[in-house]
Design a protein around this ligand. Structure first.
Ligand SMILES: *Cc1c(COP(=O)(O)O)cnc(C)c1O
Length: 393
């Protein structure tokens, strides 16, 4: 059994490309070209150079000594928080902007919820001098003013989505509509391992630089390329996909996926997609998603904007279904507490998404000699207001 994508674009029973007829040419053009383009030496050279000089890779693999002592195991943090723009998302947007250039595209569109992917996309568009249009729900525009300002400073046009609940899924619908109307000159940069094939596979490959680095960095530190566990939070699943990638088929390395339980898995205010989800189709792929009996998408809730997504990528749906990864749900309160603990013990203020992953040490016991690598997906600057309100700082 393989946990990677097959040549039809499926992970087990999940994935595929369930798209309207009018989107077919765009997706098919990408599908036919993405592996060939990614394999070109000139692409590899430019991608790796930008990851090094612009993003600041390799990101450190840091042995968190005081955190390890507290939880009586060996914890290594993969410091994606130190990347330019503050999270792992830039690995993917750099890859996709180079892909768009090779495909001759002049115009970039993206959707964003909290604004993090919008900022990462606006950044690479500025870097390459390409036009950038970011669709964002009207409610999210009001909630995420600093990220809207960042995108504008970077030269992007932010277009409000005015329909439905005026949040992420409505912004996605607007972006898809735009792509259908602009099939020739436009590339759609999707921000996680979601969407129709080949997006989940392409994004996972761009993010796989993370586990590629973990292998050699861990070898330098511990004399082995293999940790006992790799831990990551899961919204759509891209930082997890990157951290797992080179270990997917190696079942000696255990994978842990951490989802946001919000106010509690059974509270009705949650984003624990795999536990609560049923098979369905969202954003062009068959996966697990939170839906009512008659198939309406249930609005997810999490204190963390980046985990607040009603579906999960098809790779992760399959990791859940097959039991290859262990899924753990963490509530808002548990995550916030773990985030503050990292501040006090290690002098690192994590993104609240990453704080969910950190919270597993209160739930699950590891052996003293276990090597646990945890994807610290982003930094907490963007979350200061939430930390302030939560802890009355
Ligand atoms: C967007 C985001 C996430 C969630 O997205 P994935 O695709 O699941 O990785 C996690 N952490 C941070 C810091 C983010 O910005």
């Amino acid at each position: 059994m393989s946990y990677n994508v097959n040549n039809k674009g499926y992970y087990g029973e999940f994935g595929g490309a369930y798209i309207p007829e009018m989107l077919y040419p765009n997706v098919e053009e990408l599908r036919q070209n993405y592996l060939k383009i990614m394999g070109e030496p000139s692409f590899q050279k430019e991608f790796n150079q930008l990851l090094k000089d612009y993003v600041g890779r390799p990101s450190p693999l840091y042995f968190a000594k005081r955190l390890s002592a507290k939880h009586k195991t060996k914890i290594y943090l993969k410091r994606e928080d130190l990347n330019h723009t503050g999270a792992h998302k830039i690995n993917n947007t750099i890859g996709q902007i180079l892909m768009a250039q090779r495909l001759g595209k002049k115009r970039i569109i993206a959707e964003t919820g909290a604004g993090q992917h919008g900022v990462a996309t606006a950044t690479v568009c500025a870097l390459m001098g390409l036009e950038c249009i970011v669709y964002m729900g009207e409610i999210d525009i009001a909630r995420q003013a600093p990220n809207v300002a960042r995108m504008k400073m970077l030269g992007a046009t932010v277009v409000p989505a005015l329909s439905g609940s005026r949040t992420l899924k409505d912004a996605t619908n607007e972006a898809i509509r735009d792509w259908i109307n602009n099939p020739v000159d436009t590339h759609y940069i999707i921000g996680s391992v979601v969407g129709p094939h080949p997006y989940p596979d392409m994004v996972a490959r761009f993010q796989s630089v993370v586990s590629d680095e973990i292998q050699w960095q861990l070898y330098e530190l511990e004399g082995t390329t293999k940790p006992n566990y790799v831990v990551a939070c899961v919204g759509g699943g891209s930082n997890a996909a990157g951290a797992y990638y080179h270990y997917l088929e190696d079942t000696e390395v255990k994978l842990i996926a951490v989802e946001a339980a919000g106010l509690g898995v059974d509270s009705g205010e949650s984003a624990a997609t795999s536990v609560l989800g049923k098979e369905g189709i969202i954003h062009g792929s068959k996966t697990l998603l939170m839906q009512t009996k008659d198939g309406q998408i249930i609005e997810p809730y999490s204190i963390s904007a980046g985990l607040d997504y009603p579906g999960v990528g098809p790779m992760h749906a399959n990791l859940y279904k097959t039991g290859r990864a262990e899924f753990i749900s963490i509530t808002d309160d548990e995550a916030m507490k773990a985030g503050l603990e990292l501040c006090k013990l290690e002098g690192i203020i994590p993104a609240i998404e990453s704080s969910h992953a950190l919270a597993i040490f209160e739930q699950k016991k590891f052996k003293p000699n276990d090597i646990v690598v945890l994807s610290l997906s982003g930094r907490g600057d963007k979350d200061l207001d939430t930390y302030i309100n939560h802890f009355k700082l």
